[in-house]
Design a protein around this ligand. Sequence first.
Ligand code: ZN
Length: 79
Amino acid sequence: MPTKLYCDFFGHNYEMTKKVTNHVKEYTCKNCGKELTTDSNGKLIELTPKYRDINTALERIYHSKLMRLKQKSLTSSIC
Ligand SMILES: [Zn+2]
């Protein structure tokens, strides 16, 4: 059975492939490779190039924020 038909019949078999932030994650179907992401409302939507860009930006902001928090707590524990 072609994988696309398999998914139409049984549903996609999504696996989390990337954690962008605590709330936004990317998923890929293990059968057909279809990609999904969570939008700002927590709904699953298709991962279009536009959303991929948004996620890349989000990821950068999220991680730089985390880094800053880490440095802050490090400094405060020293002082
Ligand atoms: Zn699928």
